[in-house]
Design a protein around this ligand. Structure first.
Ligand code: CTP
Length: 404
């Protein structure tokens, strides 16, 4: 994806189903909407529609084989993946859904999808029984959890003679979804986002510390997604075992005081602050420079209060930056979140109920987006999907503030 390029590129992947003929209409519709369209097909798809049809419609070469001689010396599936602002798979068979759900990449289309950083929209089309099978639905859920966007198949008479769900959605509906994703792919361009993530460790001596179980996954997912949508991202993180997200400035710190310094150093330039860090509220009041021996164990550890970084940022904010906080609650989730919203002068609080199994060290979470006048309860979602939904709301807040 090249943020400087004016015209956005949609890569349409066509797989082997009778609905492949409708992909011609989809391609034309996307081109009418101003997109550059490149088509990649599976071998099976070429049995239904020829590559020449798509080549003629798009004026672009059509990719089918991983082994074809390319005039362009770059590795084709990688260059296609990089060019894509959005990938649309229509129609997508049960077989290709299954391959993608397991990360398989054994042809041009699946390899391109695996290499793509862009959002992927899947419009399935298949026989009703195949669509309803547990295994297909499990594969769909697995992909949904990883952020793939599905456009449900429609009901009606199917090519095989059955009547039921399985028809490829209307091409205009698929094009609408692709257009919405393309808009989203750029909606944070030029915005500087500061994210805090992970726990902090407050040392007692050189080997012991007070900390918590935060994995940093949510904050890292937010930073990664914001960068993908065009933002300049600074991620200030406590000790976690996650790799640096691509294209993000990562500042690794240990203690709350270090996190505060790193966050304040970047606050001036920030348009948005998302504080997902689980900052330790207390630190040992004294630090022993040598390891404390068993025999010298103190009867009690005296604690000192750590600064509330987000509250301090809220105080320093002149209304310019949008501030988002997190709240971990075990009861009265919305009421407590609203208290935090007001006390820390935030625009939005992502509240989660940590009384159950979800929250720390899990891949999923259930959150409520709480603002001064709304509370949106979301179902259990993968942390990456939560990051995406959060940034949808942040992008709306940014454009509302710009319009003021
Ligand atoms: N936060 C912070 N610095 C702190 C404590 C919290 O920046 N020292 C931020 C967190 O990153 C998060 C929000 O403030 O965005 C959480 O607020 P907090 O009042 O700590 O709420 P809970 O963690 O839910 O804890 P409690 O309800 O016990 O206050």
């Amino acid at each position: 994806m090249n943020p400087k390029r004016e015209q956005q590129t949609i890569v349409v992947g066509v797989t082997g189903g009778i609905g492949a003929y409708k992909a011609c209409e989809l391609v034309r519709d996307l081109m009418r909407r101003g997109f550059r369209v490149k088509v990649v097909m599976t071998e099976a798809a070429t049995r239904f529609v020829t590559p020449l049809t798509f080549r003629t419609l798009t004026g672009e070469p059509v990719a089918v084989s991983l082994w074809a001689d390319e005039p362009d010396s770059r590795v084709h599936h990688i260059s296609l993946a990089e060019e894509a602002d959005v990938v649309v798979l229509a129609p997508c068979t049960a077989n290709v859904i299954a391959k993608l759900a397991h990360g398989r990449a054994d042809d041009m289309l699946t390899t391109t999808v695996l290499a793509a950083e862009a959002p992927v929209i899947v419009a399935p089309a298949m026989n009703t029984h195949m669509w309803r099978k547990d295994i297909t639905q499990a594969n769909v859920s697995a992909l949904r959890a990883r952020g793939f966007v599905f456009i449900e198949p429609g009901k009606g008479a199917l090519a095989c003679g059955d009547v039921g769900e399985g028809r490829l959605a209307d091409p205009a509906t698929i094009a609408d979804a692709a257009e919405a994703e393309a808009r989203r792919a750029r909606d944070l361009a030029g915005v500087h986002v500061l994210v805090t993530a992970g726990p902090t460790h407050e040392p007692l001596d050189p080997v012991r510390f007070i900390g918590n179980r935060s994995s940093g996954k949510t904050g890292f997912a937010i930073a990664e997604e914001a960068a993908r949508r065009g933002a300049r991202v600074s991620l200030v993180t406590g000790p976690v075992s996650l790799p640096d997200p691509f294209g993000v400035e990562v500042v690794r710190v240990t203690t709350a005081l270090q996190m505060r310094a790193a966050a304040f150093a970047r606050f001036e330039a920030a348009d948005v602050v998302i504080a997902s860090a689980a900052v330790a509220d207390f630190r040992p009041a004294t630090f022993a420079s040598g390891k404390i021996k068993k025999s010298d164990a103190p009867d009690a550890v005296v604690l000192a209060r750590n600064p509330d970084i987000l509250a301090e940022l809220g105080e320093a904010n002149d209304g310019r930056a949008i501030l988002v906080g997190f709240a971990a609650e075990t009861s009265d989730v919305v009421a407590y979140a609203r208290e935090k919203l007001a006390a820390k002068r935030l625009d939005l609080v992502v509240a989660n109920d940590v009384s159950g199994e979800l929250g720390f060290e899990t891949e999923e979470n259930r959150v409520v987006f709480v603002s001064a006048d709304s509370a949106e309860e979301r179902p259990v979602l993968d942390k990456r999907v939560i990051a995406r939904e959060l940034l949808d709301r942040v992008a709306a807040l940014v454009s509302a503030r710009k319009a003021r």
